[in-house]
Ligand binder design. Structure first.
Ligand SMILES: [Zn+2]
Length: 413
């Protein structure tokens, strides 16, 4: 088989196009493939498919294609332009690439597969692209996915704030909890951020939302009440957030107590920070012996921990009535604990109790966002993740948006 014929097949080039020549540059480790077309009488307009006469040819364009073994491979062609009576002078579509792309469809598909497996820097190395080029392919994939995304209001929604850098930058992320997809990403954690996330839905659309899992955040709360009918029946304060507040309280108690103990030469709490943050069932084996002694001690931290662990049982109650009874017992214990940070959380949860107990109607949580958390962790490791917020948004939607990312397969031109 001649090399031109070989590359016609490799590139899936169809009539009227053929491969006219192939140049191999061994030193530069590259293959350049040149495509030409025969002379059809008409070409379809890229907008309306109307058969139009040839107008002229654009300058030669170059597309990166899948490597030929270790050789980078580039396709060259001068693309015809037609004169459409409706749309004016337009470049015709080519079967091997999407409009305005500098990569063939097959290369873009590979790049998306690689980007899904690693981060932009890793993909850039594997694909021998610059960081910007790899990121741009990700942006194109997301843009493609967003155009194709159906206009569907989630029945069950999750609203979450994520910290991007230690308490300095935040993002608001809205999810479809049934599909486990991110539906919106916005900078900040204000009511405005929430509106940005949900901007493509009208108030009328949003009336279809049946339940919303979220943190006890006033700005979100005000907005949700403003945009969703009957919001108070639908909002569920997320149990993971509530337990996180309690974990925080345990840690505050531990810090204070540790200081006092150390002043007396008692080192029992030194290095114990992480032991207290696990749920009892998740404690790593290496802590087991030390922790058993600590939790059965008369330390304040042990008491705070027991109250926190006990709170987790609230969500295991069978019904709202049982949950409410359980809550009152727990609250009595917490509020009489003489542990200020614990009392504070107990009071906060009490203020929001109706929307904690809506859990028993909807039984939803935001915990399904593990995929999102791992993307955020990945971005946190690298400073470029913060360079601008759009990069963050693109990356989250690319990995967690449930989008249809791939360019369509080449079809005959
Ligand atoms: Zn046209």
């Amino acid at each position: 088989m001649r090399d031109t014929e070989l590359y016609r097949h490799l590139l899936a080039i169809e009539a009227p196009w053929t491969v006219s020549r192939v140049e191999l540059d061994v030193k530069g480790q590259r293959v350049d493939v040149f495509a030409e077309h025969s002379r059809p009488k008409t070409w379809p307009c890229p907008e309306c498919d109307l058969a139009c006469g040839l107008h002229d040819h654009d300058e030669e364009r170059v597309w990166r294609h899948l490597d030929s073994c270790q050789f980078q491979t580039f396709l060259h062609a001068r693309v015809p332009r037609v004169q459409c009576s409706q749309h004016g002078v337009r470049q015709v579509r080519v079967s091997w690439a999407e409009p305005r792309s500098r990569f063939t469809v097959l290369f873009e598909r590979l790049a998306i597969d690689v980007l899904l497996e690693t981060d932009v820097a890793g993909a850039a190395t594997i694909l021998r692209l610059s960081w910007d080029e790899a990121h741009h392919l990700m942006e194109r994939a997301v843009a493609r996915g967003l155009v194709r995304r159906p206009h569907k209001v989630p029945r069950v929604m999750g609203i979450d704030e994520k910290s991007l850098a230690k308490g300095q930058r935040y993002a608001t992320i809205a999810c479809d909890l049934e599909a486990s997809h991110v539906i919106g990403v916005a900078e900040g954690r204000t009511g405005e951020s929430l509106i940005h996330c949900l901007g493509r839905f009208s108030i009328n659309d949003l009336s279809a939302v049946e339940a919303v899992a979220m943190d006890m955040s006033e700005p979100y709360l005000r907005r949700i009440r403003a945009i969703i009918d009957d919001a108070d029946q639908k909002i569920v304060f997320d149990r993971f957030h509530i337990v996180a507040h309690m974990n925080d309280a345990v840690d505050k108690v531990r810090r204070r107590e540790n200081k006092l103990l150390r002043a007396d030469g008692d080192e029992r709490l030194v290095g114990s920070k992480y032991m207290w943050l696990y749920g009892a069932e998740n404690l790593p084996d290496k802590y087991e012996v030390d922790f058993a002694a600590l939790r059965s001690s008369n330390l304040k931290t042990a008491r705070a921990w027991a109250i926190k662990e006990s709170l987790r049982q609230l969500w295991k109650q069978r019904s709202r009535a049982a949950g409410e009874r359980w809550w009152h017992r727990w609250y009595g214990w917490a509020i009489r604990s003489r542990l200020e940070p614990v009392k504070k959380v107990a009071a906060m949860v009490k203020r929001h109790l109706p929307n904690v107990l809506t859990y028993f109607k909807h039984r939803i949580t935001n915990a399904g966002s593990e995929a999102i958390n791992s993307v955020i962790q990945m971005l946190k490791k690298r400073a470029f993740g913060y360079r601008n917020f759009e990069n963050f948004r693109t990356t989250v939607l690319f990995h967690c948006g449930g989008l249809s990312l791939y360019p369509s397969h080449p079809k005959p031109g």
